[in-house]
Design a protein around this ligand. Structure first.
Ligand SMILES: NC(=O)c1ccc[n+]([C@@H]2O[C@H](COP(=O)([O-])OP(=O)(O)OC[C@H]3O[C@@H](n4cnc5c(N)ncnc54)[C@H](O)[C@@H]3O)[C@@H](O)[C@H]2O)c1
Ligand SMILES: [Zn+2]
Length: 424
């Protein structure tokens, strides 16, 4: 390929940073031993929170009563779209059974987990959309008990809109707690909660590491790193729109990568020239994130052909992939590695982030090579069953006995033998 980098990102430091894993494993050990008392003391130390941790119905009702109708309508709009998509996804998953031979039946069914823990990050931004994405999807899958958790925002606890969103999405319990202590509370079942079977939702490095270390004891949706986005643009794209779409996603944080992959050098130069000005129009902390991401984590890649753009995007496997180019069906057919695909300039990644319907909890850091994002599947177990008549069992028993003996497993062979010799 003859791709050329018009702008390159800085290499990430390879020195392995053990600080977060070490800190998290120390915290989890203390939380295992110290239980909910230790969770409460971490909440005090790290988040300055001394108020109630499990919200009661009065607190949930009071939060809703304080909100404007427009806020409630908007959250309801987003929730309804996410639910419609998740319900349609659930409907594609059907149980099956097959007669392997006359009298021998086998089947497969999907069973929702009993309890899920849904984390919504809240340190920097208050991610109400993440609460909607995880809780709504768990409920659409049929999870019996969903605990939702998010860190307190200052001394007021959870934002009213966060509480409203969690409740509307169907949370059975709402925890005002963040970080490792919240992940532990949901996993170990502190505060009278059921122990989670699955943990879902994005979070900072501490949250992601806690989920990683607890995986095995509990199922997890994925290990999420910093959010990333790639735009494919041909000469039909509008430089101002492309520039804004990149800036919008760089607001996530200084470590959020973006890529522009294009066949149009003039477009690339126009976008590169425009981005610094757009960044400066954002509020200061948002601009700081975007400026740092643009300096260190952004790449502009020039390709000769559409096929090269496909290959480049498939290699990068971005979390969000936005195509602003002609012939959208060409791209839908060929692009093969992304968390979620946005086709055409009329849509944008922020639609998916907040309100359009498909889930926004997606694989980052190239994980889209091997997985998709959060879906009802993550809350369902695909299990199998079998049953047979004595007659239909005979050929299976004969083969089972012989294979077992080849393996040296005499006990297994006997369980097959006794089904071949009727006892009375
Ligand atoms: N991929 C996605 O879909 C998606 C969506 C939204 C947000 N995100 C990501 O979620 C993350 C949000 O991070 P955040 O920090 O704002 O909120 P957060 O809720 O993930 O983390 C806040 C918690 O971190 C803990 N913490 C902070 N410093 C600590 C320390 N030194 N030791 C132990 N614990 C500590 C505190 O207990 C606090 O409650 C970002 O990385 C963002 O990119 C991802
Ligand atoms: Zn985003």
């Amino acid at each position: 390929m003859t791709v050329c980098h018009l702008k390159e990102s800085k290499p990430r430091t390879v020195a392995e940073n053990r600080a977060v894993p070490d800190r998290v494993s120390e915290m989890l050990a203390e939380l295992r031993d110290g239980g909910e008392e230790r969770a409460l003391s971490y909440a005090r130390e790290l988040d300055g929170w001394q108020g109630p941790v499990v919200l009661d119905q009065a607190a949930v009702d009071a939060a809703a009563a304080r909100l404007d109708d427009t806020v409630k309508d908007d959250i309801t709009f987003a929730r309804d779209r996410i639910r419609r998509f998740a319900d349609a996804q659930r409907a594609t998953i059907t149980d099956m059974e097959i007669e392997m031979a006359p009298g021998f039946w086998a089947g497969q069914k999907s069973i929702p987990v009993h309890a899920a823990g849904c984390y919504a990050p809240g340190g920097r931004y208050s991610h109400i959309a993440s609460a909607l994405m995880t809780i709504t999807t768990a409920k659409a899958a049929g999870v019996t008990h969903v605990t939702a958790a998010s860190p307190p925002r200052g001394d007021k606890g959870l934002a009213d809109e966060m509480v409203f969103a969690m409740d509307l999405a169907g949370a059975d319990a709402i925890l005002c707690m963040g970080g490792v202590q919240a992940v532990a509370a949901m996993t170990f079942g502190f505060f009278g909660l059921p122990e989670a079977d699955v943990l879902a939702g994005p979070g900072n490095a501490f949250v992601a590491e806690a989920k990683r270390q607890l995986f095995g004891r509990v199922g997890i949706d994925m290990i999420a790193g910093p959010t990333d986005s790639l735009i494919i643009a041909d000469s039909s794209a509008d430089a101002e729109t492309v520039a804004w779409d990149l800036v919008g996603q760089m607001e996530h944080g200084a470590d959020s990568p973006v890529w522009l992959v294009t066949t149009d050098e003039a477009l690339a130069e126009a976008v590169i020239a425009r981005i610094p000005d757009l960044i400066e129009t954002l509020p200061q902390t948002n601009a700081d994130s975007a400026r740092a991401a643009w300096a260190d984590r952004a790449e502009v890649i020039l390709c000769d052909t559409a096929e090269e753009m496909v290959e480049t995007a498939n290699d990068i496997a971005p979390e969000h992939l936005h195509v602003q180019a002609d012939n959208l069906d060409f791209w839908l057919a060929r692009l093969a590695a992304y968390g979620s695909l946005f086709l055409g300039a009329e849509t944008t990644v922020a639609f998916g982030d907040k309100a359009s319907g498909p889930n926004h909890v997606l694989p980052t850091s190239g994980a889209a090579r091997y997985t998709g994002g959060l879906s009802v599947h993550k809350f369902l177990k695909t299990v199998t069953w079998q049953r047979t008549t004595a007659e239909a069992a005979r050929p299976v028993a004969e083969v089972t006995a012989r294979i077992s003996r080849l393996e040296g497993m005499e006990g297994h062979a006997r369980t097959a033998d006794i089904r071949l010799t009727p006892r009375d």
